[in-house]
Design a binder for this molecule. Structure first.
Ligand code: SF4
Length: 81
């Protein structure tokens, strides 16, 4: 959950989001850059699964959400059907 893309109804999540404390830079790396740091932060995040669902529902195309990269979310969407 990247706070700059949040709507009012999502604000309740903000305080628990690890990325709200670290900043969004890790989560939207330059093309070809590593997402390892972002994923490590997501692993420690208490709202990881909710964040991932949010990204899937809202079709978030860019950045790391819920510990998954853009490609990994695309794969997950395909396997879910
Ligand atoms: S799972 Fe990752 S992207 Fe989602 S709110 Fe937590 S730290 Fe941010």
């Amino acid at each position: 959950m990247h706070t700059e893309t949040m709507t009012a109804t999502d604000i309740a999540w903000q305080e628990q989001a690890m990325c709200a404390q670290t900043g969004a830079d890790f989560f939207f790396p330059e093309p070809g850059s590593s997402v390892r740091e972002a994923k490590r932060i997501c692993e420690l995040c208490p709202i990881r699964s909710a964040c991932l669902e949010y990204a899937l529902i809202h079709d978030e195309r860019f950045g790391v959400w819920g510990g998954l990269s853009e490609k990994e979310r695309l794969q997950l969407r395909r396997t879910r059907g």
